[in-house]
Ligand binder design. Structure first.
Ligand code: KDO
Length: 334
């Protein structure tokens, strides 16, 4: 019996005992049937993704499931969430192409800088047959159901150093924190920097103490995590139109009725739409905010970054695993 199934039985038995023991504390009708969806993320509770999931996703599924978020990587360390789901110790997380690529090499195509053009292109790609094919690999190989893709924001460089960065050459020797997977480290290298792995929850201190010279994240994350307090500039490289995927253990999905599955998909869709809208609108406003905080915010020679990054990816070991013809198909999505 899976841990999930035994947990349900346990909750059911406990509720039955309670109901029998006291009429005063009778549980709500049907409450004992609810499934608990433990969700782990390194993000904070104030992140737009967290707020959107709690307000919309959790509410949408409340008749049959309890969404139980754990923020700031307090339940599972960044990068261990998928394995925890696979082992049956966790029900949900928001995962990334970089995490999926650790187990499914074909997924590294979506870790390439300057491939997805922007939020709209990204959403269209994943809502097309391309997304369906990629999600099927995750279901078949990992036993994880991708519910929806969410626009997380466009990644920009954020440095504590003064030197102006106009080209990849200017990043030579810059200790750039990237998350700790091969795909992320390669992106840092392709940008011209000296990448170094560090967990997301340690980045603020890393910047404050000078253990790292900079980091990359979407502007809403720089604001939410207050990275502007410990950095001096934001370089608008726009090197990755980044996304996350709302992921659920497939055995949990398979245990839902068809109606519950539809309700869950609708709730996930409504949540990711709201999250994407909020990320985009914050991105449009935040340059002024960072400037008001005394940071230099400017656009470098993006063409120079794009040319170098695309060349390095096409010549990399990663590209050998990309599904045949996929770059052309992605580029063709209008
Ligand atoms: C990060 O560690 O920089 C990153 O932005 C990588 C993303 O894929 C995602 O894991 C994100 O952190 C977390 O959700 C925390 O915001």
């Amino acid at each position: 019996m899976s841990e999930f199934a035994s947990r349900r039985l346990f909750i059911g038995a406990a509720a039955a005992l309670l109901a029998g023991a006291s009429m005063l504390s009778a549980p709500q009708a049907g409450a004992e049937e609810k499934i608990t969806l433990r969700f782990s993320t390194p993000a904070s509770a104030t992140d737009n993704r967290s707020k959107g999931l709690e307000a919309i996703f959790a509410d949408g599924i409340k008749d049959f499931a309890v969404f139980e978020p754990h923020y700031n990587a307090t339940l599972f360390k960044q990068g261990t969430e998928l394995a925890a789901i696979q082992r049956g110790n966790l029900e949900m997380c928001i995962t990334s192409a970089q995490e999926l690529a650790k187990q499914i090499p074909e997924w590294s195509i979506f870790t390439a800088g300057y491939l997805l053009r922007d939020a709209e292109h990204q959403q269209k790609v994943f809502n097309s047959d391309i997304g369906a094919e990629m999600y099927k690999m995750v279901e078949d190989q990992l036993g994880v159901k991708i519910l929806k893709v969410m626009y997380f924001g466009t990644r920009q460089l954020n440095l504590r150093t003064d030197k102006k960065i106009m080209t990849p050459e200017d990043l030579a020797g810059v200790k750039l924190r990237m998350p700790g997977t091969d795909a992320w480290q390669f992106l840092g290298k392709a940008l011209g920097a000296n990448p170094t792995p560090m967990a997301f929850t340690e980045v603020y201190t890393g910047l404050q103490t000078g253990a790292i010279d900079g980091q990359d994240n979407p502007l809403p994350t720089d604001k939410d995590k207050k990275f502007y307090e410990v950095t001096k500039q934001i370089v608008l490289t726009g090197h990755l139109a980044d996304m996350n995927f709302l992921a659920l253990r497939k055995s949990v999905w398979d245990g839902l009725t068809a109606d519950q599955q539809k309700t869950m998909m609708d709730a996930a869709q409504a949540a990711v739409e709201e999250i994407g809208r909020n990320q985009l609108s914050e991105e449009a406003q935040l340059v002024d905010f960072f400037k008001s905080q005394g940071l230099q915010v400017y656009t470098p020679d993006v063409e120079a970054f794009r040319t170098r990054v695309q060349k390095m990816y096409l010549e990399s070991e990663f590209s050998k695993d990309w599904p045949k013809g996929m770059v052309t198909r992605i580029n063709a999505v209008q």
